[in-house]
Write a protein that binds this ligand. Structure first.
Ligand code: ME8
Length: 520
């Protein structure tokens, strides 16, 4: 049954260009959105930028620009990068947009009216890079930020507080009633144990800066940047302006977030929703970090890699495939250029690309370039049974937010089809029904793999599809759910002109370039 699928990425700070870590999160959300469109779901895929707060204000000042001028320029870095990586977001939110400012004010006012906000004085250690306060006990060596290892600042402010402490029991009850609400489970446990340690009220406004959304009942204050940012997820769903749209998308939302921002999404955000009188989000999907030389890639450590330059070097699909296939969602993964090329050669050039190439070649030489139809399922080739299993397992993997497993299992069909060709050696046979049967089955397996692979390698999938002579595209909305022409065996009609052209994934030598190719 088609469903509504609302998926979000974190909205990134546009204080610098996107790096491979933010590309990883965005491409992952994109693949999930693409999979759900394939299933026929109604999809809303949201990403964007988080433009307010001290971090951005200071960065703009360093550049001699106003924050507004700075973010007008830098928001474009993100839209450009995502377009370059074939990301198909349906909406791109900037927190400086009028629609968002109004939503933050409405949301905050609702929480205030419900009696969960009070005025008080706050002092504490503040990390500007995180835009977060830390307790003394949380600081790293030398009174530095536990994430950035940079000095923290002592801030004293009179501001408004959100009574987070009052939501501990409701949050624990919510976690108990919804066991799958945070995946992976280890991250759920982390959030629950954090709540059990006791929650402090959080300061949600600032008077020290004016780069933010004015607090509606006291405009000398601006809303704290995290409080403002989290609301983006409801802004884009029509909160407060379009009740029908909001009811359609909320709360069936899946927030894909990095493990660094679990506390904001797993504790603050559901409590804020409860306080404002709306349902908390359906699910948080927490991903790990990409590491370079064992360290988190980040702006402050200068080990970031430019994903657009890297994609220009290795190919957009190659980069997307590597990001999705290399690391299982939730775990940290080491990134290396050599690893990317090794996987490219193994999975894309030598497996999928080679299969597409050899099938087209043999159809050319033995079938006059016209692709024969496959045998009906269960009659002859064992590939139909393999395909059925692969499709079942890949669908399950996508549903449980495991692109890594979905692609691994999809490539089993590629390998087994290549193996089948090696055993039967149609290129050595005389033209006739036997060759037609073997090649028809291979074409059909390739057609199915192309659909399964399309969320990861959309351009190559479309190209292989075209070369098979098929009409439409592998990622036509709802194709995976179709009877006939979808993921069921037998969709390749036969009688189509198969095109042979240059390899879709030419082999690369692993010594060509170094990691520096994509590094700034
Ligand atoms: O935290 N590996 O923005 P941000 C994998 N504006 N993912 C990484 C990564 C890495 N090395 N580095 C960053 C913010 N990310 C807030 C979010 S949401 C309402 C507000 C990804 O620019 C990962 O998804 O610091 C992480 O959670 C996010 O970028 C943080 O981006």
């Amino acid at each position: 049954m088609p469903e509504r699928f609302y998926v979000t990425t974190p909205i990134y700070y546009p204080n610098d260009r996107p790096h491979l870590g933010t590309a990883y999160a965005t491409v992952t959300a994109d693949a999930l959105a693409r999979w759900h469109r394939l299933r026929g779901d109604d999809v809303l895929f949201l990403t964007g930028v988080d433009e307010h707060g001290l971090k951005i204000a200071r960065r703009a000042e360093e550049q001699g620009m106003t924050p507004a001028a700075w973010t007008d320029e830098t928001a474009g870095w993100f839209t450009d990068a995502w377009a370059a990586l074939a990301v198909t977001n349906d909406d791109f939110i900037r927190t400086t947009e009028e629609r968002h400012i109004r939503a933050v004010q409405r949301f905050t006012q609702a929480i205030y009216d419900n009696g969960h906000i009070f005025k008080g004085e706050y002092s504490g250690w503040y990390c500007v890079a995180c835009e977060a306060y830390y307790a003394q006990s949380e600081l790293a060596e030398g009174a530095s930020c536990p994430v950035h290892k940079s000095p923290v600042e002592w801030l004293v402010e009179e501001n408004y507080f959100f009574r987070l402490s009052a939501f501990a029991d409701r949050l624990l009850a919510w976690y108990a009633a919804n066991p799958g609400v945070v995946v992976p489970e280890s991250k759920r446990n982390e959030a629950v144990s954090f709540i059990r340690q006791g929650l402090a009220d959080i300061s949600i406004s600032r008077t020290s800066i004016d780069w933010g959304v004015p607090v509606p009942w006291d405009p000398d204050h601006v809303v704290y940047v995290w409080y403002d940012a989290l609301v983006n997820y409801v802004t884009a769903a029509g909160y407060g302006v379009d009740d029908e749209t909001f009811a359609a998308w909320w709360p069936s939302v899946h927030h894909l977030v990095g493990k660094d921002i679990l506390r904001f999404h797993g504790i603050w955000w559901p409590a804020m929703c409860m306080a404002a009188g709306i349902e908390p989000p359906r699910q948080l999907v927490v991903h790990g970090f990409l590491l370079v030389g064992g360290e988190k890639m980040s702006k402050s450590r200068l080990n970031q890699i430019d994903p657009v330059a890297l994609a220009a070097d290795v190919g957009v699909d190659a980069l997307r495939y590597h990001l999705l296939r290399e690391v299982s969602l939730g775990a940290d993964g080491e990134f290396s250029y050599e690893g990317l090329l090794a996987r490219y050669n193994a999975d894309l050039a030598n497996n999928l690309g080679n299969l597409a190439q050899r099938v087209a070649t043999v159809v050319g030489s033995k079938c006059g370039g016209i692709g024969p139809a496959p045998r009906p399922a269960g009659q002859g080739s064992r590939l139909s049974a393999v395909a059925e299993e692969v499709v079942r397992e890949a669908c399950i993997a996508w549903e449980r937010f495991a692109p890594h497993d979905a692609l691994a299992v999809s490539w089993r069909l590629v390998r087994e089809t290549n193996a089948e060709l090696e055993v039967t050696e149609p290129w050595k046979m005389a033209p006739g029904p036997e060759v037609d049967a073997v090649l028809g089955d291979a074409l059909e397996a390739l057609r199915i793999v192309t659909i399964l692979a399309s969320p990861a390698v959309p351009a190559a999938a479309a190209e292989i599809w075209r070369r098979l002579g098929l009409s439409g595209a592998p990622d036509d909305p709802g194709r995976a759910a179709r009877r006939g022409g979808g993921l069921d065996w037998g969709g390749y009609p036969g009688g189509l002109a198969v095109t042979k052209a240059d390899p879709v994934f030419p082999r690369r030598t692993t010594t060509e370039q170094s990691l520096g190719a994509g590094k700034r």
